[in-house]
Ligand binder design. Structure first.
Ligand code: NIG
Ligand code: FE
Length: 412
């Protein structure tokens, strides 16, 4: 057993399902609180107002020293497993080349594809495990990781196997998403239809059979995949038991968010250029809008219409999008800060966005994302006393101690 005592404020949303509209801002704050955790890493009891749980006096105890505690953060959108970096492309951007121009000239994602194909599974594992440890140091306890830099049978499977191994062999929970439709590999240049059919006929059945992915995602974008390509692939994946996610409206709004609502996708992600019809579709289906503000910053593009989405009743999550092109940052605290200043979300809404709503975007709302009896004991003790301080500081790591499944990890 573990006891976390002397918590100044324990702030958490409550429940197992998405919070949207005004509810996204509803946070329970236990003051002067303690949390008792079982040996198998579950929350046994939460007490407040100075009351202590009834437990033996000699159990392991950690003193939160009056600081803020929240549920462990959930980064629901990353491209964690990749070879190489793309630092050499930044000067191209500075001289005026756009993200899609670099990609369509064989760079961008296709550059990372070459480095990822060349890397061994062990190399990819070691590097990604390092990234995960950096993320945990920042307060993250659950991470989604997408494939999408292999773009052929062998290398997509290699990436997915690495993601499964990261889940098994690191302290974090790692959720796997098949993003075979991330770009069109040179083998299928000019033939996106053929590539989608290849994914459906040759790759998806093996991914499903070997249970290598929890979700299927598609990059719906001008000159990449249309909403019709996505519909075909995502419905095939749904039939094989993989719910849908969509990279939608990242640069151009070409129907990705509308499709997400229509086919009941769990989440639509990016949404930088979403128009009203997309917001309506997401609100109706209660599809989570997984917003990635650091990508707006890095691509120098508009910030998503988070306030309009919340007002329309769309559940909003915030994540990093960590990848070597559009967001080389894995700092979710920076994303929270951007959510505060650029999305104009309130600190309570931001907490829900990186805990419960993010957990629901990964189908894990019944296990993680809130501090409640019976849920997994994932917590962060912060070097801050309240949520507004947590969202206000920019660029520093405010995580003090991370608790994952009841085990303590001191941050660096
Ligand atoms: O989410 N847009 C597609 N995928 C990533 C970028 C991947 C890359 O550039 O390597 C994104 O921004
Ligand atoms: Fe992405």
């Amino acid at each position: 057993m573990l006891l976390i005592k002397n918590i100044g404020k324990l702030a958490t949303p409550l429940g197992n399902t998405v919070h949207c509209g005004e509810k996204q801002r509803e946070i329970k704050v236990f003051t002067d609180a303690s949390v008792l955790i079982s040996d198998d890493g579950k929350i046994l009891e939460i007490t407040e107002k100075g009351n202590m749980p009834s437990c033996p006096s000699d159990i392991e105890t950690i003193d939160a020293e009056g600081m803020l505690v929240t549920p462990g953060l959930v980064d629901a959108h990353t491209h964690l497993v990749f070879g190489g970096w793309r630092d050499h492309e930044v000067p191209l951007k500075i001289s005026g080349a756009s993200y899609l121009e670099i990609l369509n000239a064989g760079g961008g994602i296709l550059n990372t594809l070459r480095a990822t194909r060349e890397a061994s599974a062990d190399e990819l594992f070691d590097r990604s495990a390092e990234f995960l440890s950096e993320m945990m140091n920042l307060g993250v306890t659950t991470v989604e990781a997408k494939s999408g830099y292999g773009l052929d049978f062998e290398n997509e499977i290699k990436q997915l196997e690495v993601i499964r191994r990261l889940d098994r062999e690191t302290p974090l929970d790692v959720v796997s998403t098949f993003l075979g439709a991330h770009a069109i590999p040179s083998e299928f240049a000019g033939n996106p239809d053929g590539y989608i059919d290849y994914l459906i006929d040759k790759v998806l059945p093996v991914v499903a059979e070997r249970k290598l992915a929890d979700f299927c995602d598609v990059f719906v974008e001008d000159t990449i995949f249309t909403a019709e390509h996505a519909r075909k692939l995502l419905l095939a994946a749904q039939r094989l038991g993989m719910p849908s996610k969509i990279h939608a409206d990242e640069i151009n709004a070409i129907g990705g968010s509308e499709l997400a609502g229509e086919i009941g996708a769990v989440s639509a992600e990016h949404l930088l250029s979403t128009v009203d019809s997309g917001i309506e579709s997401l609100a109706k289906a209660k599809t989570v809008a997984c917003l990635l503000p650091c990508t707006s910053l890095y691509l120098d593009k508009p910030f998503a219409r988070a306030r309009d989405m919340i007002n329309a009743g769309v559940p909003v999550a915030i994540a990093t999008d960590f990848n070597p092109g559009s967001c080389p940052s894995l700092n979710i605290q920076l994303a929270m800060n951007m959510g505060y200043i650029r999305y104009r979300m309130y600190p309570e809404e931001i907490l829900t966005a990186v805990t419960l709503n993010a957990a629901c975007a990964l189908g894990m709302g019944d296990r993680i994302g809130t501090a409640e009896k019976g849920k997994q004991a994932d917590f962060v003790i912060w070097n801050a006393k309240d949520l507004s301080m947590l969202c206000y500081r920019m660029g520093s790591n405010q995580a003090k101690t991370v608790i994952k499944k009841g085990k303590i990890y001191e941050t660096r």
